[in-house]
Design a protein around this ligand. Structure first.
Ligand code: PMT
Length: 394
């Protein structure tokens, strides 16, 4: 993941036990390509030493408003001037109260007041402190002021109590930050999509499926959310977690997928079929496990519905995007699907390039012709598809 390449993030660490998670957060921000400057409150530095953050970020850590390392002694102004975002994680009840009221009595609160970049905070505190009306008032005020609040999560707390107030996991905070920093060309659009394989039962313990991992579809769902879309993902059985902000509807067979899609399609502006849907299913699924009897066994297969074709032929069809997985003649087969299924866009890939793995190489086919994208991670390919889609819709 290098989606923060070229971005500068100022990470504020205030004094809560979750400060130890800020070390992992720093590592993930660096891994995503960001430049990170850490600012700690005095109490934050009691939980984890500045040396830890210096080693992880590769930059000096700032703790004092009066710091002679800055010739002009203006760290409270300088630090955020080149920053794309100020992220405070963990954000204690105390720092939230200070920010909501414009107090500036240490470096972190002063530079927050003096910033000219967006502010995101990941609260972390005991559940009673979080639900206290004073904290809730401060959080409401910060939201009104345009501050993005990430979390908190619910669960077991460091104090032994259980409830809402745990800092969100570092990976979720990075994900929220990446999404926050992206342009939103698809804001207001609702996308319904399919991903993964389908599973067509033969008997209660056996079935027919394929090697689609769901990675391409899930990466696309994530990129669509980052671009501002509302995403509903009808997914066949895969071993992936739903991306942040995506509503996932789990299904097994092609007919279940069809039902889930048709139930929701009237609300969709865009439909995208990434799923590798089985074209055939077993005609007579056995109620009991099939026993070994002869040397051969014949299964009778019957055609499954073509979900994409059905959606595209609706009288008020959404903007339809199909995928085409071919093992040869990609240009001919994929562009053929554009007209045969009456689609606006087809994403063509060779199965040997795209199925199962982490990378893909696709060609986009629309009324203007073929647009090849370079081989890249599915994350980057998904971003390329979304950029093309946004241009077509814009
Ligand atoms: O999941 P991964 O491992 O990441 O792999 C990604 C992928 C290779 C599965 C993906 O990139 C891809 O190409 N998906 C489409 C696979 C496919 O089934 O292609 P197709 O040519 O058979 O179908 C054409 C289109 O019709 C697809 O949009 C498909 O979702 C749709 N379809 C097909 C059959 C059917 N019964 N109903 C459908 O909706």
């Amino acid at each position: 993941m290098t989606e923060l390449t070229g971005k500068t993030i100022v990470l504020g660490v205030s004094g809560g036990i979750a400060a130890y998670k800020a070390a992992e957060l720093t590592r993930l921000l660096i891994k995503a390509g960001a430049r990170v400057h850490v600012v700690m409150t005095e109490n934050g530095a009691r939980f984890v030493t500045p040396t830890t953050f210096q080693a992880l970020s590769g930059n000096p850590v700032w703790t004092e408003a009066w710091d002679e390392r800055r010739a002009n002694n203006m760290s409270h102004i300088d630090l955020t001037r080149a920053a794309d975002a100020l992220l405070i994680a963990p954000a204690t009840a105390n720092i939230l109260a200070k920010l909501a009221n414009g107090l500036a009595d240490d470096l972190l609160s002063t530079l927050t007041l003096a910033r000219d970049c967006p502010l995101l905070v990941a609260p972390a505190m005991n559940r009673q402190m979080w639900s206290n009306p004073a904290t809730q008032r401060n959080v409401a005020q910060l939201k009104t002021d345009g501050v993005r609040i990430i979390g908190p999560d619910a669960g077991e707390q460091a104090c032994g109590e259980v409830g809402e107030g745990r800092m969100s996991e570092p990976a979720d905070i990075v994900e929220a930050l990446i999404s926050f920093l992206q342009l939103k060309p698809l804001a207001g659009k609702t996308v319904l999509m399919t991903a993964g394989p389908t599973y067509e039962p033969i008997d209660p313990v056996r079935g027919i499926t394929n090697i689609s991992s769901g990675k391409m579809g899930y990466a696309l769902a994530r990129a669509l959310v980052h671009a501002g879309a509302q995403v509903q993902l009808v997914s066949g059985p895969v071993a992936l977690a739903a991306p942040q902000g995506v509503e996932r509807i789990g299904v097994q067979s092609a007919r279940e997928m069809q039902q889930a899609v048709m139930l929701r399609v009237a609300q969709a502006d865009i439909f995208i079929g990434v799923a590798a849907v089985a074209d055939y299913r077993v005609a007579n699924v056995a109620a009991d496990k099939i026993k070994k009897t002869g040397d051969t066994l014949t299964l009778e297969l019957t055609r499954n519905p073509d979900i994409l074709a059905e959606v595209a032929s609706l009288p008020a069809a959404p903007f339809c995007v199909g995928f085409a997985a071919e093992s040869q003649n990609l240009d001919a087969y994929a562009s053929g699907k554009l007209t045969a299924k009456r689609l606006k866009l087809v994403v063509g890939n060779l199965v040997q390039d795209g199925m199962g793995g982490d990378t893909n190489q696709v060609v986009l086919y629309d009324a203007e012709g073929a647009h090849p994208l370079p081989r890249a991670s599915k994350t980057d390919v998904a971003a390329g598809i979304v950029a093309h889609l946004a241009r077509m819709l814009g």
